[in-house]
Design a protein around this ligand. Structure first.
Ligand code: NAP
Length: 650
């Protein structure tokens, strides 16, 4: 649907009522599209640059009324007579971007916005000539958010593909994590595919809604016929003679070998639950499980429950456990920074649904505003300032300001409990670890009389509970481990053997690196999604990253096949240079500069997980393939011309 073909279906009164709920800067940009009047971008009413936790000052009533009245007239006219097209030139688009963000951004945002706002979307990949594509088979490992996207892009290219999914359905993390209280912590209007908007019920939807979205995607794009469920890839071995990957899988029919021309690994960074390195886990005689493997047969009602961890998962399930259990003890090693967001659990109102669904360009600008306020715009708070000589508590004046705002939030939510305020106020800079979002729900649950927060380290788990280093014994009926995932073991436990027969695990040695987060020298035609240094701490949606990465992978495969090559292998030099840049940039971000522990770093303290730049920088670097970054191999005489994904002959 083009923006101007949206059909307005409402009475004058309904439109007027909905407009009272419109986000004004988004609405002003909508009006520029619909009226062509650029003078609406009045500098005197431009929003102020973002401050976290700060509420933008309201517009003077006279201005609000004028904008909403103009919007009402424009929408009624559009409803009755259709909308006129007022093309937006690039310079005007930049003005609109600067208007909605409140800052002066550079031209690098223009191509991204043209695509994102559907004004001049980046053209879909055209199908490859079938004579080139038909015999090329891509194995995609994982049917979660990234794997489904990879399948969609392979369909567009016209190559053969098979998705191997270890679970019985699609959805990846949203299939596995079913703990009570599980919901997305990035706003859904950015945590969704750019090409598949949805009328989300909430700003931050729950696990079931997210799972439904990915199931719908699989159905809508006909992906299920290409998915082999309950089939886990155990090893992949590159064959230089045939330029193919020999893949061992275990599925419903047992072990099997298949052959593919290329592999897209879409396994995610957070899908192998990590149990803590504490002695005695198995000794506990009560019920125990990890948050990603929640045992719903275990009732918490009236039970004594121990919760280990205070990260993004524990933070969501703790209040739900607190509602049912008779006694809850939370073992906290490092308190998280938590940003207050009052709409975290809110449903989207009928009026806002209407605006998003019927007003041309409103959804696009609403999403752009989210892109800025929940992602790109936050980066400035995480960047180190060389002249700031702290780095223990904060890394820049902006980061210090953020620290003060967040501390105030903790003090407000935990009012009356100075003991908890002291325990739960982090010592490290905000954005050095994943920042959580709450509306006070979590802190309220910790304030309850039957809840205790213990900062004393756990010494050992035993038959009846656990003992902390001070010697105190805690007895439980249930222990829940919210202890995260083996994140720096990217692609674990698959065994991946490259061109020289060397296993990737050995090459990486728990220090994963890739060129652009996607390719590694000596592992030809092997592409990672959500690979090394493609994660985010504060800025944005991981779906954005996967879309950028898949755009690049499609460019790679197009180049490969259009030029009649069999394989491409990343060169050492760009790989090395890129990773040096990543490391230098990581040290300039709160998560790289701070010494606090985080799953973003490996055992040596190197940031292996995160992207240190802006979203738009990532978008640009993934636009085009530079063939000089790769070695290409001709199909040799030994190559299996139509390798396809056939059972390997033994
Ligand atoms: P996590 O952030 O790694 O948190 C693990 C928690 O367990 C931390 O509090 C950690 O303490 C604690 N812990 C680990 N070993 C311990 C030990 N031996 N003793 C005491 N405490 C111990 O894992 P997560 O909460 O599952 O979240 C992982 C990531 O998943 C998040 O960062 C986020 O990216 C994603 N996630 C997203 C959502 C969402 O969108 N809604 C929800 C959940 C998770 P330390 O902090 O000291 O290490």
């Amino acid at each position: 649907m083009t923006e101007l073909s949206r059909a307005i279906n409402a009475s004058d009164e309904e439109i007027e009522r909905a407009l009272q709920h419109a986000h004004l800067p988004s609405l002003i940009n909508v009006l520029v599209h619909l009226t062509g009047d650029a003078t609406l971008l009045d500098k005197s009413i431009k929003p102020l640059p973002m401050t976290i936790g700060g509420t933008p000052p309201p517009y003077p009533e006279e201005i609000e009324n004028r904008i909403r009245k103009l919007a009402l007239e424009t929408l009624i006219h559009g409803r009755d007579h259709g909308f006129e097209d007022h093309p937006v030139e690039e310079s005007l688009l930049l003005e609109m971007i600067n208007f909605i963000t409140g800052v002066e951004l550079t031209e690098e945002y223009i191509p991204y916005a043209l695509d994102e706002l559907n004004i001049a979307p980046v053209a879909k990949e055209q199908p490859l000539d079938s004579s080139k594509a038909n015999d090329f088979h891509v194995a995609i490992v994982g049917g979660g958010m990234s794997g489904l996207l990879a399948g969609i892009r392979m369909q567009e290219l016209g190559v053969q593909y098979t998705i191997f999914e270890k679970n019985a359905d699609v959805g990846g993390t949203w299939y596995e994590n079913r703990y009570p209280g599980c919901r997305v912590d990035s706003p859904n209007h950015v945590y969704s595919y750019s090409f598949k908007p949805k009328d989300w019920p909430q700003h931050f939807s729950d696990q079931n809604t997210l799972l439904g979205y990915f199931q719908e995607t699989a159905d809508e794009y006909g992906l299920r016929d290409h998915i082999r469920f309950e089939t886990e890839v155990s090893s992949l071995r590159y064959d230089t003679d045939t330029s193919t990957w020999n893949i061992e899988v275990n599925g419903p029919n047992g072990a099997e070998s298949v052959v593919a021309n290329a592999v897209i690994a879409a396994t995610g960074q957070l899908n192998r639950p990590k149990m803590p390195d504490i002695a005695g886990v198995e000794d506990f005689q009560g019920d125990w499980f990890h948050s990603a493997e929640w045992d719903h047969s275990v009732s918490m009602a009236g039970k004594r429950v121990g919760i280990i961890g205070t990260g993004a998962s524990a933070f969501q399930f703790t209040p739900e456990v607190v509602k049912e259990a008779s006694d809850v003890t939370v073992f906290m090693r490092t308190p998280p920074w938590v940003a207050t967001n009052p709409i975290y659990h809110e449903y989207i109102t009928e009026e806002v649904h209407w605006l998003l669904n019927q007003v041309p360009y409103y959804q696009s600008w609403f999403r752009f505003n989210m892109f800025w306020t929940s992602g790109e715009g936050l980066l400035s708070f995480a960047r180190c300032d060389d002249s700031w000589n702290d780095n223990i508590q904060s890394v820049s004046p902006a980061n210090q300001k953020l620290r003060e705002i967040l501390t105030k939030g903790i003090e407000t939510h935990l009012e009356g409990r100075p003991d908890l305020i002291e325990k739960l106020t982090p010592w490290y800079p905000p954005a050095a670890k994943r920042m959580l979002i709450d509306n006070g729900h979590y802190y309220r649950s910790l304030k309850q009389d039957h809840v205790r927060v213990v900062g004393d380290p756990i010494d050992k788990i035993n038959q009846t509970g656990l003992q902390t280093s001070s010697g105190e014994q805690f007895d439980f009926d249930v222990i829940v481990y919210g202890t995260g995932f083996s994140a720096s073991k990217i692609l674990f436990p698959m065994r991946i053997y490259g061109r020289d027969g060397k296993e990737l695990r050995e090459t990486w040695d728990e220090d994963p690196r890739a060129y652009l987060g996607v390719t590694m020298p000596n592992y030809p035609n092997f592409f990672c999604l959500y690979g090394p240094n493609t994660n985010i701490v504060v800025n944005g949606s991981i779906i954005f990253f996967s879309e950028c990465e898949m755009h690049y992978v499609s460019k790679c495969l197009r180049h490969l096949l259009e030029n009649g090559y069999a394989a491409m292998d990343c060169r050492e030099e760009p790989f090395k240079d890129y990773n040096e840049e990543i490391d230098a940039s990581s040290l300039k971000m709160a998560w790289g500069a701070s010494k606090v522990n985080a799953w973003y770093k490996n055992a040596n303290g190197r940031v292996t997980q995160n992207w240190p730049g802006s979203l738009v920088e990532f978008w640009h670097q993934m636009r085009e393939l530079n063939p000089d970054d790769y070695e290409f191999f001709e199909a040799n005489e030994k190559m299996v011309g139509t390798a396809g994904l056939e059972p390997a002959t033994t």
